[in-house]
Design a protein. Structure first.
Length: 362
């Protein structure tokens, strides 16, 4: 039996109701039902309706299920870019989307900010030829977060035809986006939704769909089974092209129902309060300091700290109390820790972590 609480930034602690939904799924034999059945269509529709409610998603957005956020990077470029994309890069995840565009033979341009920093949006010039502008709300590798009001400024910075994409993989449902100011938002379920990995969710508006159709009509290869029009034609009838991760879609619908009965406002208030508590501690700690200097750019959902005690040693000591935090990303593995502050981490759990860190390390 593993009693550890995972404050790792994805996969992370499961949302507290997941075991009970998993049990029901087994009793109902969800893993055996046909993905062409009415039962599956209801599961699909339940998840989509729950997400629309939680995010207050406007009607001109479609909800599409893919394998992961990594897959969505590839599909976004294939379906929405003929020649050129433009990327804000300040860490490993934003850099990977940029590289994906290059690997697919597009001209990708980037505006780079140093690791651990947010962006000075005022200073960013978006090339007029950029068809897709890739923003990252929450750079999970560094803990830098982009304020929603900064995201909202890109519509006027980019050409009117450009599609604004937001990576919100490790922050949704915390940010309250203005969905009219962007065109696509995506996430995967193993971060803030507290589910087992294996499902990416792509929210796209009609402009993204029109662009994919135009590129296809123009003779561009926009993919095969997971081209945007192919996924969409199935989604319209609450189905997927392939045999999907039915269990995860089922669990997502049920966790969304739980989150909706709690209310997104409460989830967001709790997230902000827990983040304030953690940053307060980090600022006073003897061995930790917040990695992101500008408080306006500090992520509420993935909190990164520099540490003078190696991250492996921090986790070794926490393990005795059934707790784990994330190590630093890549070359920061030992010099930083990352603390996930997701809806699955209740205020009581977060308080217990902070108290234990304080007791062990000061
Ligand atoms: C985890 C993560 C991804 C990749 O998600 P996968 O589900 O592993 O494909 C992309 N962007 C950010 C910001 C992430 O944190």
């Amino acid at each position: 039996m593993n009693n550890k609480i995972y404050f790792t930034p994805g996969p992370s602690e499961l949302y507290p109701t997941v075991p009970q939904h998993m049990q029901t799924a087994l009793e109902e034999k969800i893993g055996s039902i046909s993905h062409r059945s009415k039962q599956f269509q209801d599961i699909f529709a339940h998840a989509v309706a729950g997400l629309r409610q939680l995010l207050q998603l406007p009607d001109n957005y479609e909800v599409l299920f893919l394998a992961s956020a990594t897959e969505i990077w590839e599909r976004a470029i294939q379906n929405n870019v003929k020649q050129e994309s433009f990327h804000l890069v300040n860490g490993s995840f934003s850099d990977r989307f940029f590289e994906t565009a290059q690997e697919l033979g597009r001209t990708a341009q980037q505006h780079k900010a140093p690791f651990s920093q947010g962006f000075d949006v005022e200073a960013i010039r978006v090339p007029e030829t950029a068809e897709l502008v890739a923003l990252i709300h929450n750079e999970t590798s560094s803990g830098a977060c982009m304020p929603v009001q900064d995201i909202n400024r890109f519509r006027e910075k980019a050409s009117p035809e450009a599609l604004i994409y937001v990576d919100a993989v490790s922050s949704l449902p915390n940010p309250a986006f203005d969905y009219d100011k962007v065109d696509a938002v995506y996430f995967s379920v193993q971060k803030c939704f507290g589910l087992p990995a294996g499902l990416g969710v792509w929210l796209v508006n009609e402009r993204c769909i029109a662009k994919a159709e135009a590129l296809a009509a123009d003779g561009q290869v926009i993919g095969s089974y997971h081209s945007l029009p192919a996924i969409l034609s199935k989604a319209k009838v609450n189905q997927t092209v392939e045999t999907p991760n039915v269990l995860d879609i089922y669990l997502l619908g049920n966790v969304l129902e739980d989150m909706n009965s709690k209310g997104v406002a409460t989830i967001r208030e709790e997230t902000e309060a827990k983040a304030a508590q953690v940053y307060q501690y980090l600022t006073q700690s003897k061995i930790f300091t917040p990695a992101v200097e500008n408080p306006a750019h500090r992520s509420p959902t993935t909190i990164v700290a520099n540490t003078t005690v190696p991250a492996s040693e921090v986790n070794k000591q926490l393990a005795a109390f059934d707790m784990a935090v994330g190590s630093g990303y890549g070359k920061h593995k030992e010099t930083q820790i990352r603390i996930a502050n997701f809806p699955a981490h209740s205020p009581a759990l977060m308080e217990a972590l902070v108290a234990k860190l304080q007791e062990l390390f000061g």
